[in-house]
Design a protein around this ligand. Structure first.
Ligand SMILES: Nc1ncnc2c1ncn2[C@@H]1O[C@H](COP(=O)(O)OP(=O)(O)OP(=O)(O)O)[C@@H](O)[C@H]1O
Ligand SMILES: [Mg+2]
Length: 387
């Protein structure tokens, strides 16, 4: 009998696998000095995340290898200010904790994953913060069978992802840190200041403290809609540099991103992508108008309480594309747009459907009257919102 050694397919690849070729290329491309434990130079980390601006980078002659292409254009992954990414990288190069805060769906988690993948080659040392997160999950636990059989020993210790990162000098991630109880969060204070974890059960042995290897640091994310970062203890706040991640500033960039990500979703399920650019533009425009409380033309728009995030826009664009792929010819894709928008707008407060109707009676109607064909069609679909 033969055993199969191929790994099962994954729905989502971690960043270090999805972008392995770019990471290997950038490691060879920029052979400048790097902070201890880093796989790439700080500059190469920034290039990995924001892309090479459409420019094909060429490997210097001495760095050429058979397993690397000679030139490579690095794709942009995070759309946003380069300066923000540079500040994040500088924070981590100084082995300080980094806290990414912002509204839901602004790519905080994605940015933390990309940073850790580029810096230490792994984005998988992660703790998901919840109301039920315990100190053990941030420090260490025990294999109780071994503990009962042989007493406390290094072999019976079950390291948390953070402890594992400390041992290897890697970047650990804590998602949604403010969802953890404040007293649990505070387990991180001593980790970030002393740079070691004490294991009192093993006192008297060489394993009684686990020191952090050079390169170890922490990236946490926090959502402004959760219990606030203001409730974090002052001691913990002081150990992090805060960076606020905002929504994408530029309409064209947001449309391009939504299209790229929706295409990628369809590729994953081997379905063709057939949504017009004009539909995507209308979709993203509506999201931005409702998010900002003002239309692109400057008309006032009533904001729903839910966050009209780019991540939601990607989800709607993907749904439209899936509908077009699996139910072609049933209905045109545009006719599905108002219903999807209504679903998003009502997420926080069902009464917010009225605000979307207000948007239709204001901005959508005026654009239709100005003669824009797609907006005319959307205006005709107003009934969907009143049922
Ligand atoms: N600026 C951006 N650059 C690239 N992708 C973005 C950006 N903003 C949003 N996205 C999209 O949003 C998706 C979700 O992002 P992510 O889950 O990282 O958000 P988040 O800020 O962690 O949200 P939450 O607070 O809900 O955890 C990304 O995978 C990407 O498709
Ligand atoms: Mg997140």
């Amino acid at each position: 009998m033969t055993t199969t050694t191929t790994r099962a397919a994954r729905q989502v690849q971690p960043a270090e696998h999805a972008h392995a070729a770019e990471l290997a290329f950038l490691a060879a491309y920029d052979d400048g000095p790097r902070p201890p434990g880093w796989r790439l130079t700080p500059r190469a980390v920034v290039t990995f995340i924001v892309g090479s601006g459409g420019v094909a980078l060429e490997l210097p002659r001495q760095a050429r290898r058979d397993d690397l292409p000679r030139t490579l254009t690095v794709t942009a992954k995070f759309v946003g200010e380069r300066a923000l990414v540079e500040r994040c990288v500088v924070t981590l190069a100084g082995e300080r904790g980094l806290l990414l805060v912002g509204e839901p769906g602004t790519a905080k988690s994605m940015l933390s994953e990309l940073l850790s993948a580029a810096i230490c080659g792994s984005s998988e040392l992660v703790v998901q913060g919840t109301a039920g997160t315990t100190e053990d999950q941030l420090r260490y636990g025990w294999n109780y069978a071994l503990l009962l059989a042989h007493g406390p020993s290094a072999a019976a210790l079950v390291p948390s992802p953070i402890l594992a990162a400390m041992r290897t000098g890697a970047v650990a991630r804590v998602e949604e840190i403010t969802r953890c109880l404040p007293e649990v969060q505070d387990a991180l204070v001593s980790i970030l200041s002393d740079r070691r974890i004490a294991v009192p059960e093993l006192s008297g042995t060489a394993d009684a403290t686990v020191p952090a290897a050079p390169g170890f640091t922490l990236i946490a994310t926090a959502n402004l809609r959760d219990r606030g970062v203001s409730e974090m203890s002052a001691a913990l706040k002081r150990r992090f540099n805060f960076e606020t991640v905002g929504p994408i500033g530029d309409l064209a960039q947001e449309i391009a991103l939504v299209q790229r990500q929706a295409r990628a979703t369809l590729e994953r399920v081997h379905a063709p992508f057939a949504v017009d650019d004009a539909v995507l533009e209308a979709l993203v425009t509506a999201f931005r108008d409702l998010r900002a409380g003002q239309s692109v033309e400057g008309w006032e728009v009533e904001r729903p309480s839910t966050v009209m995030s780019t991540a939601e826009a990607v989800a709607v664009a993907s749904s439209l594309a899936l509908a077009a792929a699996y139910f072609p010819g049933d209905r045109d894709v545009v006719s599905l747009l108002p219903g999807h928008l209504l679903g998003v707008v009502r997420k926080d407060d069902p009464a917010d459907g009225a605000k979307l109707l207000g948007y239709w009676d204001g901005a959508v109607r005026r654009r239709a009257e100005d003669g824009a064909r797609l907006w005319r069609r959307l205006w005709e679909l107003r009934d969907v919102l009143t049922d």
